[in-house]
Every structure is written in C-alpha cells, then in structure tokens.
Design a binder for this molecule. Structure first.
Ligand SMILES: Nc1ncnc2c1ncn2[C@@H]1O[C@H](COP(=O)(O)OP(=O)(O)OP(=O)(O)O)[C@@H](O)[C@H]1O
Length: 680
C-alpha cells in the first residue's frame, strides 16, 4: 500500500472574523445553550458551569502579507568526498559506513579552510552537516600526525555543545569517524552522568573530548589529569547559544584554562544562526577568524585584529548578552513548510489536541505479518513548550486522556507521547531520547533543551505551542525537521495579541503561511477519539458541528483537570510558570508578548482550568501592583545569568563552581614547564 505522507495543514484564506455570540442572559441557571453552537451545556455532571469556548474571544486580526523571498542555501555541493584530499580510509568510511558520497555545501567550503588552520566561524542552515564539517578535518589531521597519536597524549580537541543529548549525538558521530583510525580515542562528558567514570576515562586518556560546558568546568577544576597542553582545536557548536546568557561564565572559565596551558589552538564556532554578535567574542578569543556562510559564495576574512590570546578573560566581559543583529537573515531549509495559527487563548488547548489527533492518529494500521507490516505514516511530532511545568502538565493530560483506566492505549489511539526537559533524571532523559529517536511516529513534548542540534530521524512536524524567545530560536526549533534536504512542516501558535511576531520573522526573511484554526478544530469531527466526544452530560449523539466537538473535547479536558487535586495543581503550576515565562521575553519582543495583553482567565482555560488561579487572578488584563512587582522580580531574576549551582534549562549540571584564581595561576605556572607540540 502506498505510504501516505501526513498531508500538510490545509492552507486557507485569511480567517473569517469571529461572530460575536449573543449574550446568554436570562437563561435558567442550570440549562444554558451555547449561543454560537446551540449546544446544551449544563452544570450537571462536573458540578461546574462550563463556559462557552466560542464567545467573548478577541477578534482574529486579518494579516495581508505578501510572501518574502527566503534566503537560499543549496544543501549539497557537487564535490565528492574523494575530491577533498582526505585519507582513502576516511572516504571509504564516509561512503560505506555512513552512506555519504557527496559533501554538503558547508562541508565542501569548511573542510579545506579548517585544514589550513586558523580560527573559523561557520554559518550554515540547520541539518546541513556542520558536525562533519569540523569532525572530518580534525580526524583527518590527527590520523596523519607524525609520531602517531597516543591515547595517553590526552586531549587534542574539545567540542563544546549546549545540551547533553547533543553531546551524545556529536560523540557518536565522532566515534563513527574514527573507526578506521582506532588509535584515536573520543570521549564524552556531560552533566548528569557519573563523574567518577568520566574521571576514569580521562585518566586513561581521551584525544577528542565532547562536553557540555558546566561539566567540563567541573573537571577542569577537579580532575588534575585533564590538561590542555596539546590542545589543537576548540569547537563551539551552536556557538551563539553557548555565548548567550547562561553559559558565559563557564565559557570564560574554559577559555581561560585553555589559554593558560595551550600554545594557542584553532577555534571553530558554528551555528545556523551565527550573527555578527559572536564577533564580539571573536574580538576576545578568536584570531582573525575566517567567516564561512554556506549561503554565500565568498569566504570572508574579517579585518585583522592583533590580540594576545593569553589575555585572561574577565568574567564580566563575557557577561553581556549577545545582541542578535536586527538585520541578520537566517536560512530556512528549502523543503520546510511553515505555518502560523492565530488562536484565541480559550481555544488553544483544544486546537492543539485537534492538531495532534489529525496528524498523529492511526491512519491505517495494516494488519500484515510483522515482516512486511508497513508503518502507517503517522506524524512524528515535536511540540515545544515554554517551560518544564508546562511539559509535565500536558504530558500527564495527554497520556491519561489517551489511556484507558488500565493504562493500555485505546486501540483507536496508537499515539505514543514522550516528554523531555532539563529537570528530568538523566537516565530517564536518555531513555526517552533514545526511544523517541528510534520510533517512526509519536509526539515529544519538550522545552528548548531539544531545540538545537538534535538530529531526530523522521520528525516531520514541529509545533511551537509557545513562541520562542528570539527568531534565532525559532529557526533552530523548526530546524529539527526538513534536515539534509528532506521535507517537513512547522506550525506556530499565536494569540491574537501576538500576531506581530509573524512580521518579526518576515523581517528575517522567514515566510509563514496562515492556517485557519477553525479548520484544525473541524478535524475533531473525524479524528477525535470517540470517548472524548460523548459522555453523560452530552448525549451519545456524535457532534455534528466543529463547535460542538470542540466544546465536548474541552469539557473532557477540564473534567480531567478538575477530577483530582494532583491534576489541578499540575495545571495551576503550569499556568503560573507560563505567566512567569511570558514575562521574560527579550525587550525587543516585549511589545508583542506582554502579559497585560493576555486575558488571564482565557489563558487559564488553555490549561483546563475553569478560572485563573488566584495568584494571578484578575478580571481584565491589568495586574495588581503586587502582581506586577512579582512579575518584575521574576523578570529581573530571569534576565540575570544562571547562578552558580542553579540547574540551567539545558541541564548542564552547574554543580561545580568555576575555575578559581588559584587553580588558574597553578595552571599558568605549569605552562612554561610542560609543552609539546604535535608536528604536522
Ligand atoms: N555529506 C552528507 N550527505 C548526506 N547526509 C549527511 C552528510 N553530512 C551529514 N549528513 C547527515 O545530515 C544530518 C544533519 O547533520 P548535522 O546534525 O551535522 O547538521 P547540522 O548542520 O549540525 O544541524 P543543526 O544546525 O541542526 O545542528 C545528519 O543526519 C547527518 O548524518
């Protein structure tokens, strides 16, 4: 049977304006008709009056936007790896073991430049093969070094990445690359793993070290065997993220430790959203770097800057947030279809459920012998949420709603839900990631811990249920699909007060098509699980209209939230975290994402709550002085760098304090004694 691709969201003309529902005044207390749907809704059953979803919603603004011409970047070059002057074993490994014959554009441009030496900044779209663009030259150089590399030599290359999952992924790629040169030993150290076993591996010797910043600082401070005398490469993958708020102290400590020991290594900074802001670091840590933009033909040599890389980097110098350049254009994968949904807050949750059911429901599960059973092409979906509490709430809601009492998934569902965020136990995080990575379908509810770098095969839908902080993070999130030339879809949910974000993206040459949220809701009629559409309050008659179906599903969700105090507390916690996260948008986006533009009662409904929790309860959208004070406190706390010991969202395990002055002086003293260079 022909595999069906999940059809893209239906793209419809700009949405019809919402009809203002007539008031329901004068109705009897327990029998009300939903004015716009005619649906009889009563307070029987759940003991609560269930307010209508479809009245008193803000107008849906009509956007007449012309398409913008997105920046183009050809993924593949015409160059074969055989033409890049690589060791024959390297080429056959790439071809036979990894299945790659042709270099991607960024690999063709970067590999020769990196092999020449000198610092390099590499900008190329998500999913374009940047890992190999630094991995191949490093392994190529190490395997050809005179005086064969010994494990006991220690670290020749450090590869820094912002998350544990990305560290594991990059480490696995390096492991594949060194297969023909098994005397070169790679290693990986990340927060959450056992420090003792990492120490043991470092003691035995690691030549290419992949690490998350927090854990590397920890070992710099506490593992004497970790030395940088022979370091030849320092790679910052997702460099703009590593140099942004939250990692600046660790990066400063790492650079100082390296500068105090190594004779000056080659620095490589990569990201799909590398902006000129990173040059600021270049002024401190890079030596006249070459700038490679895979979307451009030329390779630019920035102006000469004399600098002494033995300069100690004062931590405060690193503490300034990188300013995203207003005019930085980002390249979006060619085969990525991007949409936006303008959804009133009251309808947000039920619209999300409708999207999940319609994209991930079992299309047709063909009952054939397992050997030839085809996977029906249900979507494999990432859903980005603004914080861990929201992930936990939606995960609990969806898994329980879709599972029968005995925990078995209802036959009609075949919908596997996963969750991933920085507060999870590392072993659980690893198991969840590996299982989701291996599946053909399913839904991963996640925070931005999954936004960058992860190469998750078969992901074909990205749903941004909460808007990311910056356009750069938007680019990385949607970049989890449509990788290396494949196709994919991405949709972002926007409240009517947030539609200006579409223009913010357009200013970066990112063009989205509008989808009418009522069309998504209409899919409930055929794809919502039947048990969500009928119950004792609503008669068993299946709903005939979208509004009826949406009302019934929302009621089920609210009944679940109010059925147990644990559920209600989870929802309240998620609601409060959402409000707090909302207060932390960067100042450049504050005019779009401002708490006073939200109707908190409607926002509460999107967490299945029948009224806004008292802490932020208000009739209109104005916050009381104390609430404003609370939010401003939250905001100032959030904008400060992550405190030592605090768990950053990327779970980088900031347990270790930073490299102390005395340790650094000890390292510097040792610099003059022991130095040995690998001759080329
Ligand atoms: N030359 C190549 N030919 C085909 N596939 C490749 C090639 N090089 C890398 N890939 C594959 O492309 C995918 C994306 O690679 P990689 O994760 O390095 O991209 P990236 O540019 O680092 O993405 P991101 O910006 O999201 O971190 C991986 O599955 C990788 O195995």
């Amino acid at each position: 049977m022909q595999k069906r691709k999940p059809e893209p969201l239906t793209v419809s003309p700009a949405p019809k304006r919402q009809k203002k529902a007539s008031s329901q005044r004068g109705k009897s207390s327990d029998e009300k008709k939903n004015a716009s749907t005619g649906e009889k809704v009563s307070s029987r059953g759940s003991g609560q009056v269930f307010s209508s979803l479809f009245n008193k919603n803000p107008e849906i603004p009509k956007l007449d936007l012309s398409k913008v011409q997105q920046a183009k970047e050809e993924i593949f070059s015409i160059k074969l790896f055989t033409e890049l002057k690589l060791h024959p074993y390297m080429v056959s490994n790439l071809e036979k073991e990894m299945g790659f014959e042709k270099a991607t554009t960024v690999q063709e441009k970067a590999i020769p430049v990196v092999m020449k030496g000198g610092d390099v900044l590499i900008k190329s779209q998500t999913g374009s093969g940047k890992t190999l663009s630094y991995g191949i030259p490093i392994v190529q150089e190490l395997q050809s070094a005179e005086g064969k590399v010994q494990r006991s030599d220690g670290v020749y290359a450090v590869i820094l990445v912002p998350t544990r999952e990305l560290a594991m992924q990059s480490f696995e790629t390096i492991q594949k690359l060194v297969k023909p040169f098994n005397w070169i030993v790679p290693g990986c150290i990340t927060g959450g793993e056992k420090k003792k076993s990492e120490k043991a591996r470092l003691r035995k010797g690691v030549n290419i070290l992949v690490a998350t910043p927090g854990r590397l600082v920890d070992h710099i401070e506490n593992t004497a065997v970790l030395q940088f005398w022979r370091l030849r490469w320092l790679v910052l993958d997702e460099a703009d993220r590593l140099l942004d708020m939250g990692f600046e102290k660790e990066i400063a400590a790492i650079l100082n430790a390296i500068n105090s020991q190594s004779e000056g290594c080659q620095r490589l900074l990569l990201s799909a959203t590398l902006s000129q802001g990173v040059e600021r670091l270049a002024g401190i840590a890079l030596n006249n770097p070459t700038f490679i933009d895979a979307a451009k033909d030329d390779v630019s040599l920035p102006p000469k800057k004399e600098k002494d890389d033995s300069i100690y980097i004062p931590e405060e110098e690193m503490a300034q947030p990188l300013v995203e350049e207003e005019d930085a254009n980002f390249t979006i994968p060619k085969n990525l279809n991007q949409y936006y949904l303008i959804v009133p807050s009251k309808l947000r949750l039920v619209t999300l459920m409708a999207l999940i059911f319609s994209k991930c429901k079992a299309i047709v599960v063909i009952f054939l012998p397992a050997s030839i059973q085809q996977h029906s092409s249900r979507a494999k979906m990432l859903i980005f949420l603004s914080n861990r509490d929201s992930v936990e709430f939606h995960y609990t809601l969806m898994t329980e709603i879709l599972n029968s009492e005995d925990g078995q998934q209802k036959a009609s569902q075949h919908l596997k839900i996963f969750r991933l965020h920085g507060s999870m136990d590392q072993q659980v995080r690893k198991k969840v990631y590996e299982e989701f990575h291996s599946r053909k379908s399913g839904v991963l509810l996640c925070t931005d811990v999954a936004a960058r770098g992860l190469d998750l095969p078969d992901v074909n839908w990205i749903v941004q249920y909460n808007t990311p902080g910056t356009p750069a993070e938007y680019v990385h999130r949607v970049g989890r699909t449509a990788r290396v030339g494949r196709s994919g879809h991405a949709v972002i949910f926007l409240a009517p007060s947030e539609v200006e974000y579409v223009q913010t993206l357009r200013n970066r040459k990112i063009s989205l098509e509008e989808v009418d949220h009522t069309e998504i809701l209409s899919t409930l009629l055929e794809s919502a699980p039947p048990e969500l559409l009928t119950d004792e309050v609503f008669n068993q008659r299946p709903p005939k209209r979208m509004e009826e179906a949406a009302t019934r599903v929302q009621k089920k969700l609210e009944d679940f939230v109010h059925s147990k105090s644990d559920h209600t507390n989870l929802a309240k916690k998620a609601y409060l975290s959402f409000i707090r996260a909302y207060a932390t948008y960067p100042s450049s986006l504050k005019h779009i994402f401002h708490i006073k533009k939200l109707h908190l009662g409607h926002v509460a409904k999107s967490f299945g709550l029948r009224e806004a929790p008292s802490k932020f309860k208000n009739k209109g959208t104005k916050l009381s002085a104390s609430q404003k004070h609370n939010l401003q406190n939250q905001q100032s706390r959030k904008s400060k760098p992550v405190k030592k010991g605090a768990m950053s969202e990327f779970g980088s395990g900031l347990e270790g304090s930073l490299v102390k002055g005395k340790r650094l002086k000890h390292l510097q003293r040792k610099k003059s004694t022991k130095k040995r260079k690998i001759k080329k």
